[in-house]
Ligand binder design. Structure first.
Ligand code: SAJ
Length: 442
Protein backbone atom coordinates (compact mmCIF):
# COMPACT_ATOMS: atom_id res chain seq x y z
CA UNK A 1 0.00 0.00 0.00
CA UNK A 2 1.27 3.49 -0.83
CA UNK A 3 1.46 6.12 1.91
CA UNK A 4 2.28 9.79 1.42
CA UNK A 5 3.87 11.76 4.29
CA UNK A 6 3.53 15.52 3.84
CA UNK A 7 6.21 17.54 5.67
CA UNK A 8 9.69 16.10 6.24
CA UNK A 9 10.56 17.48 9.65
CA UNK A 10 11.90 15.28 12.45
CA UNK A 11 8.47 13.58 12.80
CA UNK A 12 7.80 13.20 9.04
CA UNK A 13 11.23 11.73 8.32
CA UNK A 14 11.15 9.27 11.21
CA UNK A 15 7.54 8.28 10.44
CA UNK A 16 8.39 7.71 6.76
CA UNK A 17 11.24 5.41 7.79
CA UNK A 18 9.09 3.42 10.24
CA UNK A 19 6.36 3.03 7.58
CA UNK A 20 8.87 1.91 4.94
CA UNK A 21 10.36 -0.55 7.42
CA UNK A 22 6.83 -1.91 7.93
CA UNK A 23 6.50 -2.65 4.20
CA UNK A 24 4.63 0.41 2.89
CA UNK A 25 5.65 2.23 -0.27
CA UNK A 26 6.33 5.65 1.17
CA UNK A 27 6.63 8.94 -0.63
CA UNK A 28 7.81 11.84 1.50
CA UNK A 29 6.52 15.15 0.16
CA UNK A 30 8.43 18.34 0.95
CA UNK A 31 8.08 21.74 -0.68
CA UNK A 32 11.40 23.20 -1.80
CA UNK A 33 11.48 25.87 0.92
CA UNK A 34 14.73 27.65 1.83
CA UNK A 35 14.79 25.97 5.23
CA UNK A 36 13.87 22.43 4.27
CA UNK A 37 14.00 21.92 0.49
CA UNK A 38 17.50 20.42 0.71
CA UNK A 39 16.07 17.42 2.54
CA UNK A 40 14.54 15.99 -0.66
CA UNK A 41 17.87 15.32 -2.37
CA UNK A 42 19.51 14.43 0.94
CA UNK A 43 16.96 11.69 1.66
CA UNK A 44 17.06 10.36 -1.91
CA UNK A 45 20.82 9.90 -1.43
CA UNK A 46 19.96 7.77 1.60
CA UNK A 47 21.08 10.35 4.15
CA UNK A 48 19.14 11.34 7.26
CA UNK A 49 18.51 15.11 7.54
CA UNK A 50 18.01 14.83 11.34
CA UNK A 51 20.89 16.10 13.49
CA UNK A 52 21.70 14.61 16.91
CA UNK A 53 21.82 11.06 18.23
CA UNK A 54 18.96 9.11 16.64
CA UNK A 55 19.45 5.33 17.08
CA UNK A 56 18.67 3.32 13.91
CA UNK A 57 17.27 6.29 11.96
CA UNK A 58 20.14 6.84 9.52
CA UNK A 59 20.67 3.12 8.98
CA UNK A 60 16.96 2.35 8.45
CA UNK A 61 16.55 5.36 6.15
CA UNK A 62 19.41 4.21 3.93
CA UNK A 63 17.94 0.71 3.79
CA UNK A 64 14.47 2.05 2.92
CA UNK A 65 15.79 4.29 0.14
CA UNK A 66 18.01 1.54 -1.31
CA UNK A 67 15.10 -0.90 -1.35
CA UNK A 68 12.95 1.68 -3.13
CA UNK A 69 10.46 1.71 -0.25
CA UNK A 70 11.11 5.36 0.53
CA UNK A 71 11.64 8.35 -1.70
CA UNK A 72 11.26 12.10 -1.28
CA UNK A 73 9.61 14.36 -3.84
CA UNK A 74 8.49 17.95 -4.15
CA UNK A 75 5.36 17.48 -6.13
CA UNK A 76 2.07 16.76 -4.49
CA UNK A 77 0.57 14.78 -7.41
CA UNK A 78 2.12 11.73 -5.74
CA UNK A 79 -0.73 12.01 -3.22
CA UNK A 80 -3.02 10.92 -5.98
CA UNK A 81 -2.57 7.15 -5.70
CA UNK A 82 -1.78 7.07 -1.99
CA UNK A 83 -4.31 5.22 0.14
CA UNK A 84 -3.17 7.07 3.28
CA UNK A 85 -1.92 10.65 3.46
CA UNK A 86 -0.27 11.74 6.73
CA UNK A 87 0.31 15.45 7.37
CA UNK A 88 3.25 16.24 9.67
CA UNK A 89 3.91 19.89 8.85
CA UNK A 90 4.94 22.36 11.55
CA UNK A 91 2.30 24.36 13.44
CA UNK A 92 4.28 27.14 15.17
CA UNK A 93 2.90 30.20 16.95
CA UNK A 94 3.39 33.77 15.71
CA UNK A 95 4.98 36.63 17.64
CA UNK A 96 1.60 37.41 19.21
CA UNK A 97 1.40 33.77 20.39
CA UNK A 98 -1.44 33.11 17.93
CA UNK A 99 -1.30 29.76 16.08
CA UNK A 100 0.28 29.91 12.63
CA UNK A 101 -1.62 27.26 10.65
CA UNK A 102 -0.57 28.46 7.19
CA UNK A 103 1.66 25.42 6.58
CA UNK A 104 -1.18 23.09 7.61
CA UNK A 105 -3.72 24.95 5.48
CA UNK A 106 -1.46 24.88 2.41
CA UNK A 107 -0.79 21.17 2.93
CA UNK A 108 -4.53 20.45 3.24
CA UNK A 109 -5.20 22.39 0.04
CA UNK A 110 -2.63 20.30 -1.84
CA UNK A 111 -4.03 17.11 -0.32
CA UNK A 112 -7.60 18.08 -1.24
CA UNK A 113 -6.60 18.78 -4.83
CA UNK A 114 -4.84 15.43 -5.28
CA UNK A 115 -6.64 13.03 -2.95
CA UNK A 116 -8.12 9.85 -4.45
CA UNK A 117 -11.52 8.57 -3.42
CA UNK A 118 -11.33 5.95 -0.68
CA UNK A 119 -8.22 7.45 0.95
CA UNK A 120 -7.64 8.38 4.58
CA UNK A 121 -6.04 11.62 5.77
CA UNK A 122 -4.23 11.58 9.14
CA UNK A 123 -3.24 14.83 10.85
CA UNK A 124 -0.19 14.33 13.11
CA UNK A 125 0.72 17.99 13.49
CA UNK A 126 -0.15 19.43 16.91
CA UNK A 127 -3.18 21.70 16.41
CA UNK A 128 -5.61 23.83 18.46
CA UNK A 129 -8.66 21.73 19.46
CA UNK A 130 -11.28 21.82 16.72
CA UNK A 131 -8.82 22.28 13.86
CA UNK A 132 -9.30 18.84 12.25
CA UNK A 133 -13.07 19.25 12.10
CA UNK A 134 -13.43 22.96 11.37
CA UNK A 135 -10.26 23.75 9.36
CA UNK A 136 -8.96 20.56 7.72
CA UNK A 137 -12.27 18.91 6.81
CA UNK A 138 -13.78 21.94 4.97
CA UNK A 139 -10.57 22.51 2.97
CA UNK A 140 -10.48 18.92 1.75
CA UNK A 141 -14.22 19.00 0.99
CA UNK A 142 -13.62 22.04 -1.26
CA UNK A 143 -12.54 19.42 -3.80
CA UNK A 144 -16.08 17.94 -3.87
CA UNK A 145 -14.84 14.92 -1.88
CA UNK A 146 -17.32 14.02 0.87
CA UNK A 147 -16.12 12.94 4.30
CA UNK A 148 -17.12 9.39 5.17
CA UNK A 149 -18.09 8.68 1.54
CA UNK A 150 -14.96 9.61 -0.40
CA UNK A 151 -12.37 9.91 2.37
CA UNK A 152 -11.74 9.33 6.08
CA UNK A 153 -10.13 11.90 8.38
CA UNK A 154 -8.40 11.37 11.74
CA UNK A 155 -6.18 13.30 14.15
CA UNK A 156 -3.48 11.01 15.53
CA UNK A 157 -0.84 12.72 17.62
CA UNK A 158 2.81 11.75 17.70
CA UNK A 159 4.54 11.52 21.08
CA UNK A 160 8.12 11.50 19.93
CA UNK A 161 11.02 13.08 21.70
CA UNK A 162 14.23 13.77 19.78
CA UNK A 163 16.81 11.08 20.52
CA UNK A 164 14.15 8.38 20.54
CA UNK A 165 12.21 9.00 17.31
CA UNK A 166 12.09 5.48 15.86
CA UNK A 167 11.51 3.79 19.23
CA UNK A 168 8.77 6.25 20.24
CA UNK A 169 6.89 5.96 16.94
CA UNK A 170 6.88 2.18 17.13
CA UNK A 171 6.39 1.56 20.84
CA UNK A 172 4.38 4.36 22.44
CA UNK A 173 0.59 4.13 22.78
CA UNK A 174 -1.46 6.12 20.25
CA UNK A 175 -4.64 8.13 20.61
CA UNK A 176 -6.62 8.25 17.33
CA UNK A 177 -9.40 10.84 17.05
CA UNK A 178 -11.85 10.31 14.16
CA UNK A 179 -14.31 12.82 12.74
CA UNK A 180 -16.61 9.82 12.74
CA UNK A 181 -16.36 6.47 14.49
CA UNK A 182 -15.75 4.79 11.14
CA UNK A 183 -12.84 7.18 10.55
CA UNK A 184 -11.39 6.37 13.98
CA UNK A 185 -11.74 2.62 13.39
CA UNK A 186 -10.00 2.87 10.02
CA UNK A 187 -7.25 4.93 11.65
CA UNK A 188 -6.80 2.32 14.35
CA UNK A 189 -6.53 -0.47 11.76
CA UNK A 190 -3.82 1.46 9.91
CA UNK A 191 -1.74 2.46 12.95
CA UNK A 192 -1.94 -1.07 14.37
CA UNK A 193 0.09 -2.28 11.39
CA UNK A 194 3.21 -0.51 12.65
CA UNK A 195 2.57 0.71 16.23
CA UNK A 196 3.22 -1.83 18.97
CA UNK A 197 1.73 0.34 21.72
CA UNK A 198 -1.92 0.32 22.75
CA UNK A 199 -4.17 2.23 20.35
CA UNK A 200 -7.26 3.95 21.73
CA UNK A 201 -9.90 5.77 19.69
CA UNK A 202 -11.96 8.86 20.41
CA UNK A 203 -13.27 11.93 18.58
CA UNK A 204 -10.86 14.37 16.93
CA UNK A 205 -11.31 17.23 19.41
CA UNK A 206 -10.64 14.99 22.42
CA UNK A 207 -7.48 13.66 20.74
CA UNK A 208 -6.29 17.18 19.81
CA UNK A 209 -6.90 18.35 23.38
CA UNK A 210 -5.16 15.30 24.89
CA UNK A 211 -1.94 16.08 23.01
CA UNK A 212 -1.91 19.67 24.22
CA UNK A 213 -2.82 18.80 27.82
CA UNK A 214 -0.08 16.14 27.80
CA UNK A 215 2.51 18.78 26.90
CA UNK A 216 1.09 21.51 29.13
CA UNK A 217 1.33 19.05 32.01
CA UNK A 218 5.03 18.67 31.31
CA UNK A 219 5.55 22.43 30.85
CA UNK A 220 3.85 23.21 34.18
CA UNK A 221 5.80 20.45 35.98
CA UNK A 222 9.07 21.85 34.69
CA UNK A 223 7.91 25.29 35.86
CA UNK A 224 7.19 23.80 39.28
CA UNK A 225 10.77 22.47 39.47
CA UNK A 226 12.09 25.87 38.37
CA UNK A 227 10.07 27.82 40.93
CA UNK A 228 10.76 25.36 43.75
CA UNK A 229 14.50 25.60 42.99
CA UNK A 230 14.40 29.41 43.31
CA UNK A 231 12.59 29.13 46.64
CA UNK A 232 15.17 26.59 47.88
CA UNK A 233 18.02 28.89 46.80
CA UNK A 234 16.53 31.75 48.83
CA UNK A 235 16.24 29.38 51.80
CA UNK A 236 19.90 28.33 51.41
CA UNK A 237 18.81 24.76 50.60
CA UNK A 238 20.11 22.62 47.73
CA UNK A 239 17.09 21.89 45.52
CA UNK A 240 18.58 18.73 44.03
CA UNK A 241 18.81 17.25 47.53
CA UNK A 242 15.17 18.20 48.16
CA UNK A 243 14.16 16.72 44.78
CA UNK A 244 16.01 13.50 45.55
CA UNK A 245 14.27 13.14 48.91
CA UNK A 246 10.80 13.98 47.58
CA UNK A 247 11.19 11.51 44.69
CA UNK A 248 11.90 8.68 47.13
CA UNK A 249 8.12 8.28 47.53
CA UNK A 250 7.74 4.88 45.88
CA UNK A 251 5.65 4.40 42.77
CA UNK A 252 4.58 0.85 43.67
CA UNK A 253 1.80 -0.43 41.41
CA UNK A 254 -1.45 -0.74 43.32
CA UNK A 255 0.10 0.48 46.59
CA UNK A 256 -1.92 3.64 46.14
CA UNK A 257 1.13 5.61 47.24
CA UNK A 258 0.86 9.20 45.99
CA UNK A 259 4.42 9.02 44.53
CA UNK A 260 6.20 12.14 43.23
CA UNK A 261 8.32 12.75 40.15
CA UNK A 262 9.78 16.25 40.40
CA UNK A 263 11.46 17.20 37.12
CA UNK A 264 14.71 19.10 36.47
CA UNK A 265 15.01 22.86 37.04
CA UNK A 266 17.08 24.45 34.31
CA UNK A 267 18.11 27.31 32.06
CA UNK A 268 14.78 27.25 30.21
CA UNK A 269 12.31 25.22 28.14
CA UNK A 270 12.87 25.20 24.39
CA UNK A 271 11.95 23.08 21.40
CA UNK A 272 9.06 22.90 18.97
CA UNK A 273 6.45 21.55 21.37
CA UNK A 274 6.36 22.87 24.90
CA UNK A 275 6.90 26.60 24.16
CA UNK A 276 3.88 26.68 21.85
CA UNK A 277 1.46 24.01 23.03
CA UNK A 278 -0.08 25.92 25.93
CA UNK A 279 -0.79 28.79 23.53
CA UNK A 280 -2.51 26.41 21.08
CA UNK A 281 -4.68 25.02 23.90
CA UNK A 282 -5.62 28.43 25.30
CA UNK A 283 -6.29 29.81 21.80
CA UNK A 284 -9.19 27.38 21.38
CA UNK A 285 -10.27 27.86 25.00
CA UNK A 286 -10.51 31.63 24.55
CA UNK A 287 -12.82 31.12 21.56
CA UNK A 288 -15.32 29.37 23.82
CA UNK A 289 -15.92 32.66 25.67
CA UNK A 290 -16.14 30.63 28.88
CA UNK A 291 -15.99 32.82 32.01
CA UNK A 292 -13.20 30.77 33.64
CA UNK A 293 -9.71 32.37 33.54
CA UNK A 294 -6.80 29.86 33.28
CA UNK A 295 -3.84 30.90 35.48
CA UNK A 296 -1.58 27.92 36.24
CA UNK A 297 -0.82 26.98 32.60
CA UNK A 298 -0.03 30.52 31.38
CA UNK A 299 1.94 31.23 34.58
CA UNK A 300 3.94 28.02 34.15
CA UNK A 301 4.83 29.13 30.64
CA UNK A 302 5.92 32.55 31.94
CA UNK A 303 8.12 30.99 34.63
CA UNK A 304 9.87 28.77 32.05
CA UNK A 305 10.32 31.70 29.67
CA UNK A 306 11.92 33.72 32.49
CA UNK A 307 14.71 31.17 33.14
CA UNK A 308 17.18 32.53 30.53
CA UNK A 309 16.74 35.91 32.27
CA UNK A 310 17.51 34.23 35.57
CA UNK A 311 20.67 32.78 34.01
CA UNK A 312 21.61 36.33 32.95
CA UNK A 313 21.25 37.48 36.58
CA UNK A 314 23.41 34.59 37.84
CA UNK A 315 26.13 35.46 35.28
CA UNK A 316 26.00 39.11 36.31
CA UNK A 317 26.18 38.23 40.03
CA UNK A 318 29.06 35.76 39.60
CA UNK A 319 31.14 38.07 37.38
CA UNK A 320 30.50 40.92 39.82
CA UNK A 321 31.88 38.76 42.64
CA UNK A 322 34.94 38.17 40.44
CA UNK A 323 35.28 41.93 39.99
CA UNK A 324 34.30 41.78 36.30
CA UNK A 325 31.67 43.73 34.44
CA UNK A 326 29.46 41.54 32.28
CA UNK A 327 29.94 43.77 29.24
CA UNK A 328 33.74 43.67 29.50
CA UNK A 329 33.85 39.91 29.95
CA UNK A 330 34.48 37.06 27.55
CA UNK A 331 31.61 34.64 27.94
CA UNK A 332 31.71 31.05 26.64
CA UNK A 333 28.41 29.19 26.32
CA UNK A 334 28.14 25.40 26.22
CA UNK A 335 25.10 24.30 24.20
CA UNK A 336 23.01 25.97 21.48
CA UNK A 337 20.48 23.14 21.06
CA UNK A 338 17.31 23.30 23.19
CA UNK A 339 17.87 19.75 24.42
CA UNK A 340 20.80 17.48 25.28
CA UNK A 341 22.23 15.26 22.55
CA UNK A 342 20.06 16.79 19.85
CA UNK A 343 20.94 19.43 17.23
CA UNK A 344 17.79 21.56 17.25
CA UNK A 345 18.11 25.25 18.17
CA UNK A 346 14.41 26.05 17.79
CA UNK A 347 13.17 28.19 20.70
CA UNK A 348 16.42 27.36 22.46
CA UNK A 349 16.95 29.16 25.82
CA UNK A 350 20.50 29.85 24.61
CA UNK A 351 19.14 32.12 21.86
CA UNK A 352 17.17 34.08 24.47
CA UNK A 353 20.27 34.37 26.71
CA UNK A 354 22.47 35.59 23.83
CA UNK A 355 19.88 38.27 23.05
CA UNK A 356 19.79 39.34 26.71
CA UNK A 357 23.60 39.47 26.98
CA UNK A 358 23.73 41.60 23.85
CA UNK A 359 27.55 41.25 23.64
CA UNK A 360 29.66 39.03 21.38
CA UNK A 361 29.82 35.57 22.94
CA UNK A 362 31.37 32.27 21.95
CA UNK A 363 29.04 29.29 21.75
CA UNK A 364 29.81 25.61 21.28
CA UNK A 365 27.42 22.84 20.33
CA UNK A 366 28.53 19.34 19.23
CA UNK A 367 25.52 19.04 16.91
CA UNK A 368 25.17 22.53 15.44
CA UNK A 369 27.83 23.91 13.10
CA UNK A 370 26.00 27.01 11.94
CA UNK A 371 23.24 29.35 13.01
CA UNK A 372 21.85 32.69 11.82
CA UNK A 373 22.43 34.45 15.15
CA UNK A 374 25.84 33.10 16.16
CA UNK A 375 28.68 31.13 14.57
CA UNK A 376 29.35 28.16 16.90
CA UNK A 377 33.02 27.78 17.85
CA UNK A 378 35.18 24.82 18.80
CA UNK A 379 35.04 23.70 22.42
CA UNK A 380 38.60 24.91 23.03
CA UNK A 381 37.92 28.35 21.50
CA UNK A 382 34.75 28.65 23.56
CA UNK A 383 36.56 27.98 26.83
CA UNK A 384 40.04 29.45 26.16
CA UNK A 385 40.55 32.88 27.71
CA UNK A 386 36.95 33.19 28.86
CA UNK A 387 35.88 34.91 32.07
CA UNK A 388 32.69 32.93 32.51
CA UNK A 389 31.63 29.48 31.29
CA UNK A 390 27.84 29.08 31.00
CA UNK A 391 26.20 25.63 30.73
CA UNK A 392 22.94 25.86 28.75
CA UNK A 393 22.58 22.31 27.35
CA UNK A 394 23.54 19.09 29.07
CA UNK A 395 25.13 17.35 26.07
CA UNK A 396 26.72 14.03 27.11
CA UNK A 397 30.03 15.21 25.64
CA UNK A 398 30.26 17.89 28.37
CA UNK A 399 30.19 15.33 31.16
CA UNK A 400 33.76 14.40 30.34
CA UNK A 401 35.04 17.97 30.88
CA UNK A 402 37.81 18.14 33.50
CA UNK A 403 37.39 21.13 35.81
CA UNK A 404 41.14 21.34 36.44
CA UNK A 405 41.74 21.56 32.70
CA UNK A 406 39.00 24.15 32.21
CA UNK A 407 40.40 26.22 35.10
CA UNK A 408 43.81 26.38 33.40
CA UNK A 409 42.23 27.55 30.13
CA UNK A 410 40.06 30.35 31.46
CA UNK A 411 41.11 33.93 32.19
CA UNK A 412 38.69 34.20 35.13
CA UNK A 413 37.32 31.14 36.88
CA UNK A 414 33.57 31.63 36.87
CA UNK A 415 31.05 28.89 36.10
CA UNK A 416 27.29 29.41 35.76
CA UNK A 417 25.60 26.03 35.43
CA UNK A 418 22.06 25.96 34.03
CA UNK A 419 21.80 22.18 33.70
CA UNK A 420 23.29 20.66 36.87
CA UNK A 421 26.29 19.51 34.85
CA UNK A 422 29.10 20.24 37.33
CA UNK A 423 29.48 19.40 41.01
CA UNK A 424 29.41 22.67 43.05
CA UNK A 425 31.95 21.38 45.62
CA UNK A 426 34.37 20.34 42.87
CA UNK A 427 34.00 23.75 41.24
CA UNK A 428 34.79 25.47 44.54
CA UNK A 429 37.81 23.24 45.17
CA UNK A 430 39.11 24.13 41.70
CA UNK A 431 38.93 27.83 42.53
CA UNK A 432 35.76 28.65 40.60
CA UNK A 433 33.17 31.21 41.57
CA UNK A 434 30.09 29.07 41.03
CA UNK A 435 26.41 29.71 40.45
CA UNK A 436 24.06 26.91 39.48
CA UNK A 437 20.29 26.64 39.10
CA UNK A 438 19.00 24.48 41.96
CA UNK A 439 22.27 24.68 43.94
CA UNK A 440 23.38 26.93 46.79
CA UNK A 441 25.76 29.67 45.59
CA UNK A 442 29.41 29.13 46.56
N1 SAJ B 1 13.41 20.46 30.33
C1 SAJ B 1 13.68 20.96 31.61
N2 SAJ B 1 13.47 20.15 32.69
C2 SAJ B 1 13.00 18.87 32.53
C3 SAJ B 1 12.72 18.40 31.23
C4 SAJ B 1 12.95 19.20 30.14
O1 SAJ B 1 14.10 22.10 31.76
O2 SAJ B 1 12.86 18.17 33.53
C5 SAJ B 1 13.61 21.34 29.18
C6 SAJ B 1 14.59 20.78 28.19
O3 SAJ B 1 15.90 21.23 28.47
C7 SAJ B 1 14.09 21.36 26.87
C8 SAJ B 1 12.60 21.47 27.08
O4 SAJ B 1 12.38 21.43 28.50
O5 SAJ B 1 14.62 22.64 26.66
C9 SAJ B 1 11.77 20.41 26.40
O6 SAJ B 1 12.30 19.19 26.79
P1 SAJ B 1 11.46 17.80 26.56
O7 SAJ B 1 12.21 16.71 27.21
O8 SAJ B 1 10.05 18.01 26.92
O9 SAJ B 1 11.66 17.56 25.03
P2 SAJ B 1 10.71 17.81 23.82
O10 SAJ B 1 10.44 19.24 23.58
O11 SAJ B 1 11.28 17.02 22.71
O12 SAJ B 1 9.35 17.18 24.30
C10 SAJ B 1 8.93 16.01 23.69
C11 SAJ B 1 7.50 16.28 23.49
N3 SAJ B 1 7.07 15.45 22.43
C12 SAJ B 1 6.46 16.05 21.37
O13 SAJ B 1 5.30 16.34 21.39
C13 SAJ B 1 7.30 16.41 20.24
C14 SAJ B 1 6.66 15.95 24.68
O14 SAJ B 1 5.38 15.46 24.22
C15 SAJ B 1 7.17 14.91 25.57
O15 SAJ B 1 6.54 15.09 26.84
C16 SAJ B 1 8.66 14.99 25.78
O16 SAJ B 1 9.25 14.93 24.50
C17 SAJ B 1 9.12 13.79 26.57
O17 SAJ B 1 8.36 13.38 27.46
O18 SAJ B 1 10.21 13.32 26.32
Amino acid sequence: MKVAVVGLGYVGVALSVVLAQSGYDVVGIQRRSYRSGWKIDWINKGRSPIRGEEPDLAEFLLEAVKSGKLRAVENTHEINDSEVVIITVQTPIKGDKEPDLIHLINACREVGKNLSKGSMVCIESTVPPGTTEFVVKPIIEESELKLGIDFNLVFSYERVTPGHLIENLRMLPRVIGGITTDCAMRGKEFYETFCMGEIVITDSRTAETSKLVENCHRDVNIAFANEASLICKALGVDFFEVKEFVNTLPNREGAGNPYRNILEPGAGVGGHCLPKDSHLLLHSFQKTKDGFKPQLIPMGRMINESMPGYMYDLINEALDEAGNKIHESKIGILGLSYKEDTGDPRNSPTIKLIELLDIPVRVHDPYIADHLLVKPQSLVDTILGSDCLVVMTRHSQYRELELECIASMMRTRVIVDGRNLFDPEECASNGFIYRGIGHISR
